[in-house]
Structure formats: C-alpha cells, structure tokens
Design a protein around this ligand. Structure first.
Ligand SMILES: Cc1cc2nc3c(=O)[nH]c(=O)nc-3n(C[C@H](O)[C@H](O)[C@H](O)COP(=O)(O)O)c2cc1C
Length: 186
C-alpha cells in the first residue's frame, strides 16, 4: 500500500485479536510515533506498553483501583467490566503527553504532538496488516488512574491505543465532501 492510499483509507477497527505485530514490526510502529511533528524537539511523550496477558490483567486491576479510589468497593459486575476492558485487544499502549516547560510551546501543542504520535502508530499498524482503535473515555481523565500508572498530575493520558490483528474487515471511511471542510480563500 502506498502512502497516499494509506493516508486516505485509514480506518479504526474495534474488534482485534492475535497475532500481535512481531518485535521488528513493533519497532516500526514505535518509530512511526516518534516521527510525530514536535515543536522545538521536546519529545513530550511517554508510552506504556501492555502486551503480555499478565500486563493486560494488571492494567484492568489498575482501572478497578482507580475507580474504587473514587467510588469505594465496586460490585462484581462493574469490577468484571473494568477488568475485561484491556482484553478488547491483545495489546494496549497508553499514550501520555509528558509536558515539558518551554516558553514557545504551550501544552496544547505538546498534546497535539502526542496525538499525532498515536495517529502515526495507527497508520503504521495498518500498513503492516494490523489494526488499532484509539479510545479515551472517563478513565483517561481519571486522576487516580494517572497515579496508578505513574503519570504526573499535570501530564495527560491522550489515549489508550488498542492494537492487534483485525477480526473484522473495516469499512472504508465515508466519502465526505472536501469542500465542506476546506475553504479556499481568495
Ligand atoms: C482523542 C480520541 C479519543 C477517542 N476516544 C474514543 C472512545 O473512547 N471510544 C470510541 O468508541 N471511540 C473513540 N475515538 C474514536 C475512534 O478511535 C475512531 O476514530 C472512530 O470510531 C472513527 O473511526 P475511524 O477512525 O475508522 O474513522 C476517539 C478518537 C480520538 C481521536
């Protein structure tokens, strides 16, 4: 697939399964993240990779601990739901905007840069025959989860990137009208 084909057909896939990319392919995916546009070369990112069954179990337990710290003990149905969340894919990467202090680069630019890194991973995964799904939800904004994951209070979880092999074929994005979004100024 050439670059233009990839860029104009990228699609998320919510149903993911094994196999995972091998270590060489993961290296390509990671390096694609690290080529995100980055004002002043601050590299304001950190990525936590959960890919073993043990690690995914741990992430589920961290989800539970974060919510229980707010709400107190959860009933078993709620707990099971949170524990199962990381298993929506064989691999989850938590993308964190690790803000650097810089007089010309505000936090929003650094968060965008981290988002571009996630986009880069989605594109690289698709080009290698894998797929991904970018999620946030309330847990991404949960201060207790940040503590659980060792994320500093002022930094932010930009997303949970679920990765794996596509279980279902994904539809091409709807054709939108370019002119609805792009206005040529005379
Ligand atoms: C920052 C961000 C957070 C997102 N969070 C969620 C989410 O929590 N749940 C969800 O179903 N989709 C979420 N999405 C959207 C999906 O990742 C996906 O982009 C959307 O379903 C459209 O599919 P497409 O990427 O194939 O166009 C999020 C997207 C972004 C950019």
């Amino acid at each position: 697939m050439n670059a233009i084909e990839l860029l104009t057909s990228r699609s998320s896939c919510s149903k993911l399964e094994l196999p995972l990319p091998n270590s060489e392919q993961l290296d390509i995916i990671y390096r694609s993240a690290l080529r995100a546009p980055d004002h002043a070369g601050l590299r304001p990112w950190k990525f936590l990779v959960y890919q073993s069954p043990e690690a995914l179990k741990k992430l589920g337990e961290q989800f539970v601990a974060a919510i229980e710290a707010e709400e107190g003990p959860l009933d078993s149905a709620k707990k099971d739901k949170l524990l199962a969340m990381p298993n929506r894919a064989p691999m989850v990467i938590v993308a964190i905007a690790e803000y650097q202090s810089h007089d010309k680069v505000p936090k929003i630019e650094q968060a965008i840069s981290c988002g571009c890194a996630v986009h880069g991973m989605l594109l690289a995964a698709q080009s290698l025959g894998f797929a991904g799904y970018w999620r946030t939800g309330p847990l991404a904004f949960n201060a207790n989860l940040k503590t659980q994951l060792g994320v500093k209070p002022d930094d932010e979880i930009v997303g949970f990137l679920y990765l794996g092999s596509p279980k279902i074929s994904v539809n091409k994005p709807d054709q939108v009208e370019v002119s609805d979004f792009f206005t040529v100024i005379d």
